[in-house]
Design a protein around this ligand. Structure first.
Ligand code: THU
Length: 160
């Protein structure tokens, strides 16, 4: 037996104003998207904005459904839209923000496991890391330099 240690390194910014201007702008698009989320059941709005290597920004937000499992997270709405609209573009950066309608969301909200797996598919496909920034409604912003950094031991197609 031997022990394997897996380490993750993240950058933590005190608030959005500490981010480079271009990332602030991308996070601004995610905030706009968050404000348009359709979240009548959970009252938890999430917005995502993706910057592509062709300069386009693609947004997504969570879309809920009376049949709860039929809803979709913001990150997957955005990434599938990017894949559908710009199939040949590489994804450079992803900004995510979440805000509860019931309480102040003042801590960074990372993407859920299913979204991480979905984002991983595109990071592997393009063989280029996707920078991920996530925050709540205010406060700290966390940066991960890649998706793989957020999902060690991910499932990928080479085993199929
Ligand atoms: N949600 C997201 O949009 N992204 C995540 O990574 C986690 C959760 C949404 C799904 C649902 O509409 C609401 O937040 C509460 O789970």
């Amino acid at each position: 037996m031997r022990e394997v240690k897996i380490e993750t390194t993240l950058e933590v910014y005190e608030d959005i104003s500490e981010l480079p201007k271009a990332i602030q702008k991308l996070m601004g698009s995610a905030i706009d998207a968050r404000n348009n989320a359709y979240a009548p059941y959970s009252k938890f709005n999430v917005g995502a904005a993706i910057l592509l290597d062709n300069g386009e920004v693609v947004i997504g937000n969570n879309q809920e459904n009376a049949c709860f499992p039929s809803g979709l997270c913001a990150e997957r709405t955005a990434i599938y839209y990017a894949g559908a609209r710009f199939p040949n573009a590489n994804i450079l950066k992803l900004a995510i923000t979440a805000s509860s309608q019931n309480q102040v969301t003042d801590k960074p909200i990372p993407p859920c496991g299913a979204c991480r797996q979905s984002i991983a598919e595109y990071e592997i496909k393009q063989d280029q890391p996707i920078e991920i920034y996530f925050m709540g409604a205010k406060g700290k912003v966390v940066k991960s330099s890649s998706l793989a950094n957020l999902l060690p031991l991910l499932f990928e197609s080479s085993v199929l």
